[in-house]
Design a protein around this ligand. Sequence first.
Ligand code: ADP
Ligand code: MG
Length: 401
Amino acid sequence: MKADAASRALFVGITGREPDGVWSAPGRVNLIGEHTDYNDGFVLPFAIDRRTYAAAGLRTDGRIHVASTFAPGVVEVGLEELDTLFPAGRDAVPEWARYQLGVAWALRRVTGVGVGIDLAIASDVPVGAGLSSSAAIEGAVAVALDGLWGLGLDGVALAQAGRTAENEAVGAPTGIMDQLAAMLGRADAATFIDCRSLETEIVDLGFEGAGLALLVIDTGVKHSHSTGGYRERRDACERGAALLGVSALRDVTVGDLPRAAELMDEVTFRRVRHVVTEDQRVLDTVETLRTEGPRAIGPLLLASHASMRDDFEISVPELDTAVEASVAAGALGARMTGGGFGGAAIALVPKTRIETVKDAVNAGFAASGFPQPHLFTVTPSDGAWQAVSVYCMGGARDPAS
Ligand code: ADP
Ligand code: MG
């Protein structure tokens, strides 16, 4: 069953009635700009054609019931209990429910509004593959609550509620890139984000017209943001910024790097160099997309991967193999995407060469003795929207009719 129908069926299963509506938000791929978000820098993600759906309906008893096809059971809490659960009491609810309840908590805290609600979630965003299933669930719940609670918030405010949920209710120290991408994305375009000002700009990708596809190579190697590697990289960035006398590495340019090399130890310097050159590569990618088109961004993707492999040291052999094999078979560029230590790589591939590149990646993994990766293409797509239809008494109604 498709995820939109599955969320509705789950809703009917747990409540015995039809939902008031089904809302959704997509996963995302970050085209370029890795570990720049928490350094106040630049990122260029796009929303993908895989979405998480939230079927939702109001309750009259001031309680929230949440369920998901991801895990069995229904979690039930009173609205006024949310303030005791988050952030300190989160262990009282299972992790998968903290995203939904955390968004409700964050929106209620900001707006003062809160009404009882039933929420049923289903998703076709793979979990833990670097495609941000977490931002997709936060986005789907945020637009559902915005609609049913009549909040009228904009995409940036809803993204901020998602980030609050992820940081404080789940406890994952992430930036706001994923939530903004899931909220603001546009078909065949990426969302340029200045992570300091939170100003965003839609940048046409033009993959369609250029005959390009974006292949995701999910290595199956599980990453976890809570492990020491991620923390260590953040600490190194903070240390580097402090030594350079700036509040964030965003304020350092490529021209400052020789001075940086003299101020810090070699490892800290390489961490800094990754962030500073990556910020520049994001700006160069936007410029190249506008002047030369998507076929010309390949070298920037490859330089980004090399920087993460050699300077930031967050790649793994499976990701390097994915990049090398896809480029050798005709990809224009490729890089690991997401936080690193596993997860997925992306490759920008002429549509005519997709099968050749897939075969080459599979062969490269087999030759190295790695388990076969999961390969699929993604299409840059629209961000959160009210999907499917609005249900009202007497049955379904198409919102367009
Ligand atoms: P990623 O965002 O890269 O997929 P994360 O570790 O940030 O990986 O988020 C994955 C977690 O998000 C899951 O372990 C689960 O707790 C939650 N999650 C994702 N999708 C769903 C879903 N459909 N229903 C409930 N929880 C989900
Ligand atoms: Mg996530």
